[in-house]
Design a protein around this ligand. Structure first.
Ligand SMILES: C[S@@+](CC[C@H](N)C(=O)[O-])C[C@H]1O[C@@H](n2cnc3c(N)ncnc32)[C@H](O)[C@@H]1O
Length: 727
């Protein structure tokens, strides 16, 4: 269709005035504009290509019985029964946009390709406004607390939903493009949606994957109690199934693993059984030309005797079942479900099992970049697939960690193989990137950039902390009320010696109160540093800088919360070559709601569990309006959800792989060590007990060893401490 003269004039005038042209002109002005296209405010085809190095922070592997030999041809087990070599599964904590871009364009891509490439993606992105980030936590022996989303989670939520469907589509479009780029030619993707977003997501998928690669809209039907009598009850989700390239050879579609049973009527036809272990069968005619019985079914034994060469026995057990349809009836996870975790959007394993079994083969690499409670990863592990999972939420990562340890234990008990997994993040590189330092530059250039950006960084953190900037009093950077404030580096932990020097400086300058803010703190600093400072008359407070400081809107609104660094106390025990550790204390100082204002807002007869002044508190308002409080965290152990021990801490230096100047790649030590999870105890929904003493670990030879203990509290925050033992 050509432009009319009037339209041409209108377009020229609008360009002269510097105005944007209406979207309807797109197909008239551009040669390759698609005939049908989904357009939304802010749509752009630009996709980030940033590459940040991944930091491996934790390695988790349940020791195997096999030591020093191959495990089911997958990899070798070392002397301690741990996986050595082969693919290690990856649980990545971070925004999937940066994660996907770094996987697609960075050095990990080679590892993915060496593992056969990414064959299958299942994603279940947020589609229920508001439901994704609040989670229920259990305190101690079972009281439920609803954890409010952190600002960084709210930020993702706002970026997703801030302008409604527009921003949702912008978020999904870029990520789907990155996923498309990561999949192998014979790979496929399943995108889970419900009625709120399915129409838009389908069109976006058509644009990215092309309509010819659309395979199915799978309808997942379920029953749940909720009902409406205004319109038909929505009791299904849509799952869009696309091939990367439908014509590519080798795309798995193992339909028989999703085949359903025959109907009662069909099964009724298999009416003979000779009790010979082969099961029921029916007698059918061979479809031979000229045969009097051709392809008939339902023949009798008399027919069989009469036409021996023209009939055959059709055994039910040899049939593969009914080829799967595109609608599946699978129950949702309800309160009584065995597999239920405290994750509101958790999907049933049976649903994901079907997807993985049909669209991937054993040993294939599968991924879920919105992994939530880790359903896809748990299923992948059980089905012998390799996996990558990613989530933005700290609590999602923690829930998944516990779940996957459970799966490793389950497989071990059943004598089946399993792989080790590592937890990665973009840690300090992500922070450097946010501050404007390119983390992939050589050290010297990064230092120059860091210096240039220092003032910007300090102002950002101090504004978020609501402190004022001080220029004349180094090493102090700011002032908040009566306390002076020091901001730790963006890419390194605050060390014990830095804190000691600061305390000395405070003593010399007669400063009574100092707050030290850091993204990371050297282990074991708390509470020793505070006790030492107190001895010198100085009140020292160490606080974590949350990632939320990089959200300008959160900073402007004063929403960023700085939490005190927690502490853990341990007692090691040694017997000849064996060692054990015992937890003896743990302390946190969290604040979530202000109790008094909460008391006022509670309705008579209402109640809420909240956090205040470092305790989890249950507030109840009776019918007369009298408010009572009950502290639920009665014991220090009530705060702990999980703890793990590394008996050889320091033996595995962390390295990051970065692109070298010549375009190849090189390994760089980061100065940190990977925490190897050798023993752990944690609470599950079914078992709320927590052991306070670790198992005994036997060393190969006498010597000094570092034992690290990582404690994860009920909010998913972790604290690590190292002790040295001599065996
Ligand atoms: C619907 S839930 C997934 C539930 C999951 N299928 C299960 O069975 O537990 C969506 C998840 O996406 C995560 N998420 C949302 N935006 C994200 C982002 N930009 N990057 C990574 N994860 C994100 C949320 O934290 C949430 O856990």
């Amino acid at each position: 269709m050509a432009l009319t003269d009037q339209e041409k004039e209108q377009i020229k005038a609008m360009i002269d005035r510097g105005e944007k042209l209406p979207a309807r002109y797109k197909s008239l002005l551009f040669a390759d504009a698609p005939e049908v296209e989904l357009v939304w405010q802010g749509k752009t085809s630009e996709v980030t290509s940033v590459v940040l190095p991944f930091q491996s922070i934790e390695q988790i592997d349940e020791p195997r019985q096999e030591t020093g030999k191959p495990v089911d041809h997958l990899f070798a087990a070392d002397r301690r029964g741990r996986q050595s070599g082969g693919w290690t599964n990856k649980l990545i904590w971070g925004d999937n946009k940066l994660v996907l871009s770094s996987l697609k364009n960075g050095p990990l891509r080679q590892e993915i390709e060496a593992a056969g490439g990414l064959k299958l993606i299942y994603i279940d992105p947020p589609f229920d406004v508001g439901a994704d980030f609040s989670v229920n936590l259990e305190v101690g022996d079972g009281e439920i607390l609803t954890k409010e989303p952190s600002v960084i989670e709210e930020l993702a939520y706002r970026d997703t939903w801030g302008r409604g469907t527009d921003s949702y589509l912008s978020m999904m479009y870029e990520r789907l493009k990155l996923m498309h780029g990561l999949l192998t030619e014979d790979g496929s993707i399943y995108v889970h949606c419900d009625w709120r977003v399915n129409s838009a997501v389908r069109l976006a998928m058509d644009e990215i994957f092309r309509p010819e690669n659309f395979l199915n809209e799978v309808v997942w039907c379920y029953k749940e109690r909720e009902r409406t009598l205004d319109f038909y009850n929505p009791k299904h989700d849509a799952i869009y199934f696309y091939a990367k390239n439908r014509a590519a050879r080798g795309r798995p579609f193992n339909w028989s693993s999703a085949a359903s049973e025959y109907s009662i009527v069909t099964r009724g036809k298999f009416k003979f059984d000779d009790d010979d272990g082969k099961g029921p069968y029916q007698i059918r005619g061979r479809n031979l030309q000229g045969s009097p019985i051709r392809a008939a079914d339902g023949l009798s034994r008399t027919d069989e005797a009469k036409y021996p060469g023209l009939t055959y026995r059709d055994y039910l057990a040899q049939r593969e079942g009914v080829a799967p349809r595109d609608w599946w009836e699978i129950s949702i996870i309800n309160k009584a479900s065995e597999e239920r975790l405290y994750y509101p959007t958790q999907k049933p394993q049976q649903l994901v099992e079907r997807i993985l079994a049909v669209s991937s083969n054993e040993g294939d690499l599968v991924a879920d970049f919105f992994c939530g409670s880790g359903t896809t990863l748990a299923v992948a592990e059980k089905l012998g697939r390799k996996w990558i999972g990613c989530d933005l939420g700290r609590f999602a990562i923690h829930t998944t960690r516990k779940r996957l340890i459970g799966v490793q234990r389950e497989l071990k008990a059943a004598g089946k193989p399993y792989r080790s997994f590592e937890i990665l993040n973009l840690g300090k590189y992500e922070r450097q990137y946010f501050v404007g330092i390119d983390p992939t530059l050589p050290e010297a250039q990064r230092r120059v950039q860091a210096l240039q950006r220092e003032e910007h960084y300090l102002t950002l953190i101090l504004t978020a902390y609501q402190a004022e900037r001080l220029f004349q009093m180094p090493p102090f950077h700011g002032k908040k009320g009566a306390a002076l404030v020091v901001v730790g580096p963006v890419d390194a932990p605050v060390t014990q010696s830095q804190v000691r020097e600061l305390v000395e400086e405070c003593r010399r300058k007669k400063i009574a109160k100092v707050d030290v803010l850091g993204f990371e703190f050297e282990m074991g600093l708390v509470p020793v540093a505070q006790d030492e400072a107190r001895g010198k008359g100085i009140s020292l407070s160490l606080k974590y800088i949350p990632k939320d400081v990089f959200d300008r809107r959160a900073v402007e609104r004063g929403q960023v919360k700085f939490y005190d660094v927690a502490y853990v106390e341990l007692k090691p025990a040694v017997e000849k070559l064996k060692a054990q550790v015992r937890l003896t204390d743990f302390g946190v100082f969290y604040r979530q709601d202000d109790l008094d204002s909460l008391g006022e807002t509670l309705k008579p007869g209402g109640g809420k569990v909240t956090v205040a002044n470092g305790q989890v508190v249950k507030m109840i308002k009776d019918k007369q309006g009298v408010v009572t409080r009950e502290v639920l965290t009665k014991k220090w152990t009530d705060w702990i959800d999980y703890w793990a021990v590394d008996f050889h801490f320091g033996s595995r230096p962390e390295v990051m792989r970065v692109r070298s100047q010549d375009g190849g790649e090189t390994e760089m030590p980061t100065g940190n060590f990977i925490f190897e999870n050798e023993w752990q105890s944690f609470r599950t929904r079914k078992d709320r007990k927590l052991e306070l003493a670790s198992g005994w670990h036997e060393y190969d030879k006498p010597g000094r060893y570092k034992i690290a203990v990582k404690v994860i509290d009920i909010f998913g925050n972790d604290t690590t401490k190292v002790v040295e033992v001599k065996v």
